[in-house]
Design a protein around this ligand. Structure first.
Ligand code: COA
Ligand code: ZN
Length: 312
């Protein structure tokens, strides 16, 4: 007999504490048609800091031709107030990016590759193995400087060019990144196709191959409305770091048709309801999204934000 037939609801054991890794200033803004001013981005990051977030990805040091919206990330770093105990990582594709980041006082970086060869070619003009080779000198330099490194695996649950991605492909690239080494791996559903079944498959395959729970983070986009269900599936698997963007903005110009990141407010509402601690104030994040909305001239798509939008 199934538990629900006995009217016995078994509540799964979930992590008691979660880290919300805010990607709004980077993933959230890299795909906006207009560049948001440095001043508005500084204010956005400062309000996110005030909300109690402990990790805020401020921008990227990639080719300005690839992502003109974030070309002036160094100026944003110069303007923000850094709280002690909050990390302010930046996305970096190569050694040139690391050097620019270090000049801006960045102490944590994220390198990025993908589980799909074709997506990688479009995004960073390199295949998976070539991208790993490109990271070696970046990691060596970062280690000298005691800079923490996160590795993103984009298209871990599906690719806009190749379609389905097997958990084996994800496992292979995850191990290549861990061997570099990187300190943390974020598995990205870049186009927002995952369902909880895919989350279980990928994470089970990683656990089976010896990957530790604590090094994994999950990064969902909400294209098909499954992002929050996927966060819940991740919690059931014991994962305790989730990427999200205030207001639910975001996307990658090289991932056509993808919607924004799961909204930070929506993740916090879920966590609060489940009694999972994050140390982040939900009204604080709403304030940051409202400030950004004023600069964008429109309401961002996050669901919780929509529910409280008209309230004073
Ligand atoms: N910062 C600034 N400029 C950079 C740079 C960096 N980190 N890396 C390369 N460039 C410049 C080079 O100086 C060169 O400029 P030039 O044309 O004026 O001489 C140009 O970019 C090409 O350099 P190259 O090393 O040949 O790079 P590439 O053409 O093979 O492109 C990347 C590779 C990774 C630099 C580029 O694809 C990129 O920045 N992609 C980022 C995409 C992204 O951020 N996507 C969203 C995140 S998912
Ligand atoms: Zn993303």
């Amino acid at each position: 007999m199934e538990p629900w037939e006995e009217h016995a609801i078994r509540r799964p054991t979930l992590p008691s504490r979660v880290t919300v890794y805010e990607v709004g200033p980077r993933d959230g803004l890299q795909n906006e048609p207009e560049t948001v001013s440095v001043e508005a981005r500084v204010k956005f990051v400062d309000l996110l800091t005030d909300s109690g977030l402990k990790a805020i990805e401020v921008g990227s040091f990639v080719s300005p031709k690839a992502i003109p919206q974030l070309a002036d990330t160094a100026a944003v770093y110069r303007g923000i107030h850094r709280a002690s105990g909050t990390r302010y990582p930046a996305l970096v594709p190569n050694l040139k990016g690391l050097e620019r980041a270090m000049e801006a006082g960045v102490r944590e970086i994220a390198v990025f590759t993908a589980a799909s060869e074709t997506f990688n070619q479009h995004n960073i003009q390199a295949g998976v193995d070539e991208s790993i080779e490109r990271f070696r000198p970046v990691i060596a330099r970062a280690q000298e400087e005691k800079i923490r490194v996160r590795g993103y695996v984009s298209t871990a649950f599906g690719c806009p060019y190749e379609g389905a991605i097997s958990p084996d492909a994800v496992r292979e690239v995850v191990h290549k990144l861990l061997d570099l080494p990187v300190d943390e791996i974020s598995l990205g559903d870049t186009i927002g196709v995952a369902t909880p079944a895919g989350v279980y498959d990928v994470i089970e395959s990683l656990y089976d191959s010896g990957v530790a729970r604590g090094v994994l983070a999950l990064h969902f986009h909400d294209t098909r409305g499954t992002a929050l269900a996927n966060v819940y599936a991740g919690l059931q698997c014991g994962i305790s770091t989730y990427d999200s963007a205030a207001g639910g903005l975001g996307g990658c110009p090289y991932a056509p048709g993808a919607a924004g990141n799961v909204a930070t407010e929506d993740v916090l509402y879920l966590l609060d309801g489940l009694g999972i601690e994050s140390g982040v104030s939900l009204p604080g994040v709403v304030s940051a999204s409202r400030a950004l909305a004023a600069s964008l001239g429109r309401r961002p798509p996050g669901r919780y934000l929509g529910a409280v939008w008209g309230a004073a």
